[in-house]
Design a protein around this ligand. Sequence first.
Ligand code: COA
Length: 174
Amino acid sequence: MVIETARLILRNYSMEDFDAIFEILSDEETMQHYPKPYDEEMTRQWIEWNIQNYQEYGFGIWAVILKETREFIGDCGLTIQTIDGELLPEIGYHIHKKYWKKGFGSEAAKAVRDWAFENTIYDSLYSYMKYTNIGSYSTAIAAGMKKVKEYPDENNKISYVYAITREEWNKLKQ
Ligand SMILES: CC(C)(COP(=O)(O)OP(=O)(O)OC[C@H]1O[C@@H](n2cnc3c(N)ncnc32)[C@H](O)[C@@H]1OP(=O)(O)O)[C@@H](O)C(=O)NCCC(=O)NCCS
């Protein structure tokens, strides 16, 4: 699977990406809205889970590569998540902190959104995050999503749910 945007390539993960994604997922600042940063075992499982998702669903979280330098700068993609008790298609993302606020997160999220509406039958796509994760919900808003729910969540205290419907996406494209 390969998605291309103006500046990025999204492609399947392989175990060769371990060092690059470990640098991101083990970083305390990057993972400040998670229960804790990932250790090596959690990172290996993260890659394996995504590779398994490609086989099971035809999608997962993909590696995000900077076209200009071929550098791995993060990941972004679609997974099925339990959000307030419902199984829903969710767009998720992590970008290396040295590349934050340059528009890469939203460029990747928009590409995943477009891919999902073009290649799946889902009528809504979601992103959810801890209520304190401003970068994450700002990225969801940049991808055309609106807040649809807040709920108490044992991991996040309060989770925010953002969503975009197929109808809203069709209007965005016009
Ligand atoms: C969320 C994340 C992927 C955003 O990546 P990014 O490349 O910085 O995103 P963008 O540059 O496309 O920014 C998108 C919007 O969010 C805003 N934003 C990004 N980080 C922000 C922050 N820390 N505080 C406030 N706004 C922020 C940007 O200003 C931009 O707003 P705009 O569209 O109004 O200009 C990145 O912050 C990250 O990796 N965070 C840690 C991992 C994480 O928490 N992932 C989400 C789990 S739910």
